[in-house]
Design a protein around this ligand. Structure first.
Ligand code: ADP
Ligand code: MG
Length: 361
């Protein structure tokens, strides 16, 4: 795909965003102990941008002169990259801006993209500071891949762009509830998972999707709005029924719905082992009601090794899709995109293959 640093021109440098509050609040310490030295040794100029509040990185990215930088690098969790991606897409020159290479260094508690980037290197799994070092090497090498973005439409008409995941039910609840345990780092997800299994809930809703094998060239459902960014040619407005070639599930009772766009859901959760950075696929998992607590626990343990599909669990379904629509029927609840809570209600999404760029193996 390309390289970030070439022999023939002087590097312009990296814009490095650090969220000092992410994870256990250790991102600055990780910069000082690892990243600064790695970048200096590799002779890669960079400038630190320390975020002071939510949306700070998003605002910086919206107004930055991108011609001055080779790449935007995030030392934080996935949440800060979500801001950066959406900041790029909110620019008038979004089409060019979104092609700015992005780099991820795990500094938060939800480091799923960093774990995915490491997984794509083919090396055995690592965690914590070893994952940081691995992603540091990937960054210094500077190989650039295309990256899928998923366009997500919310019922208010708002639109966000996602690179990682869309979750409802068990996984979304765990993600948000675990915020209170962020002092314990990535372990926060394990603790919340155990608590949630103890008080297991059923979620009512409708799920529909376009299987990847059904998509044909003539698909032009076409969502017409004033928004000209990345037209969602597979979607129709939420008020209309889904197109004919979609699958509409009979099931109405779920324990979770999880759409994965990269391999990892968390640092040690290999949810979609076959996912690749620009495969153009939404890896859709759902678990229907009726699963026992012990089986659900077994699934999450197997997910550490990516072997959950081998558990023979009839309640767990995996589909490769290009677009999906979810209509929760219960009045209140949580939906997350890339681990960040979004408005609750009907939601739909479609993949846009390889429209962004990521520094990856
Ligand atoms: P983690 O993986 O630990 O959750 P994230 O990178 O996902 O780390 O960041 C979590 C949230 O922190 C994001 O929603 C981001 O907007 C917000 N944020 C960024 N900078 C700051 C800051 N200086 N103070 C508080 N929150 C911040
Ligand atoms: Mg986060």
């Amino acid at each position: 795909q390309g390289v970030l640093f070439s022999e023939v021109r002087r590097p312009r440098g990296l814009m490095v965003f650090v969220n000092p509050q992410s994870g256990r609040g250790q991102a600055m310490a990780l910069y000082n102990s690892h990243i600064q030295r790695m970048l200096t040794e590799a002779d890669i100029p960079h400038k630190l941008f320390i975020t002071e509040r939510q949306k700070h990185a998003q605002d910086l990215v919206k107004s930055a002169d991108l011609t001055q930088w080779d790449a935007l690098v995030i030392l934080s969790g996935d949440g800060l990259l979500f801001e950066v991606v959406n900041g790029l897409m909110e620019r008038p020159d979004w089409e060019k801006a979104i092609q700015t290479p992005l780099g991820i260094l795990p500094g938060g508690s939800g480091n799923a993209l960093a774990a995915s980037v490491h997984h794509y290197t083919g090396e055995p799994p690592v965690w914590g500071e070893d994952l940081l070092t691995s992603c540091g090497f990937v960054l210094c090498k500077g190989l650039i891949s295309k990256l899928d973005l998923i366009s997500i439409r919310l019922s208010s008409g708002a639109r966000v762009f996602s690179f990682l995941s869309l979750a409802w039910g068990f996984v979304a609840d765990v993600d948000i509830e675990s915020e209170q345990f962020r002092q314990i780092g990535p372990m926060r997800f394990l603790l919340s998972t155990l608590l949630r299994i103890a008080s297991l809930r059923i979620y009512q809703g409708k799920l529909a999707f376009l299987p990847a094998e059904n998509e044909c060239e003539s698909d032009t459902a076409c969502f017409s709005t004033t928004d000209s960014r990345l037209p969602d040619h597979l979607l129709v407005p939420l008020e209309q029924p889904v197109p004919q070639d979609w699958t509409l599930l009979e099931e109405r009772e779920f324990v979770l719905v999880l759409a994965m766009f990269q391999s990892h859901l968390g640092e040690d959760l290999l949810a979609a082992p076959d996912a690749r950075v620009d495969d153009g696929i939404i890896h859709l998992f759902y678990v229907t009601a009726g699963i026992s607590r012990i089986t659900l626990l077994r699934l999450f343990r197997a997910m550490q090794y990516g072997t959950h599909m081998d558990c023979g669990c009839a309640n767990l379904v995996y589909r490769r899709v290009r677009a999906l629509r979810l209509e929760p029927l219960s009045e209140a609840g949580v939906i997350t995109v890339d681990g960040e809570q979004v408005e609750y209600g009907p939601i739909q999404a479609q993949v846009h293959k390889g429209v962004a760029r990521l520094i990856s193996a």
